[in-house]
Design a protein around this ligand. Sequence first.
Ligand SMILES: Cc1cc2nc3c(=O)[nH]c(=O)nc-3n(C[C@H](O)[C@H](O)[C@H](O)COP(=O)(O)O)c2cc1C
Length: 316
Amino acid sequence: MNLTIRLNSNFKLKNPVTVASGTFGYAEEFKDFIDLNLLGAIFTKTITRFPKSGNPPPRLVETSSGMLNAIGLQNEGVEDFVKNKWPYLRKLGPKIIASISAINTEDFVYLARYLEDAGIEAVELNLSCPNVKYAVTCSRKKFIGNGNPIMFAQNAAATYNVIKAVRKKTDLFLITKLSPNVTDITAIARAAESAGTDALSLINTFFAMAIDIHTLRPKLANITGGLSGPAIKPLALRMVYEACRSVKIPVIGMGGIMNAADAVEFMLAGAKAVSIGTANFVNPHIAIDILYGIKKYLKEKRIDNINKIVGKIKLR
Ligand SMILES: Cc1cc2nc3c(=O)[nH]c(=O)nc-3n(C[C@H](O)[C@H](O)[C@H](O)COP(=O)(O)O)c2cc1C
């Protein structure tokens, strides 16, 4: 059975199952639970130029069918990543995709070049973290000017500008991560494609909140956070479907994938690969279970090549 997914002529995954940024650390934490080499790709926790302590706790809340988080991109910075995490990651079989985020275009370019110099092949531009205030201010000042707090991925021009700047300075395989917190995902997807991103990943989390009715306080110290998990799956699927129909570049679909059937739905909608996020917190072995489930589905349907299901939704 052929499970290989080609994202472009030089960049292929041995299978379509990947793990989503921020839900799988830097992989080493998971090595006792799962054979990491079976994964199609590993997206690292988002890395910033300098260390970040993230938002104050509480920053994780369980809600009905979903998880609210306001981590705020806690990480040790890019230097630490290259020195302490990359040596382990680089020896693994799956493609390693370093997720990066920055407060401005200059830092995005800096991060991409720094990682390229360290031997990294692919980065994911996280333009869509809902929990970082300073990134919001910066993108507003630089690109929007209407006074509304906004992240890069909420504006087509801001998305275009940052990708274009990184594209000009690196040969990395570039994946751009989009936000669901937009009116028209296709406009942002097309802007990203025309700026030269090699692929899209979507969706990041939805702006959301929860209130404790006894203390009358928001359950998250940050007040709002990002919603992920099964609650968002139908919304994510619709957005992935729309994005896939609006661009030619490959799309990596995610949002609430909990089992193989969910993953197959995203692929039928047009995603070439899928990412498993919140499900990793429930079962650290889930990504491999999903891979086996996809294989079983293909076998039952007598399909010998995974690519034959991509985008094969039948529209009435
Ligand atoms: C606790 C937590 C931390 C996350 N951190 C990041 C992150 O650092 N960078 C990023 O691009 N996405 C981050 N995400 C978003 C996920 O990668 C994914 O896009 C989102 O959760 C939707 O998929 P899911 O419903 O399968 O979790 C995080 C999600 C969770 C739940």
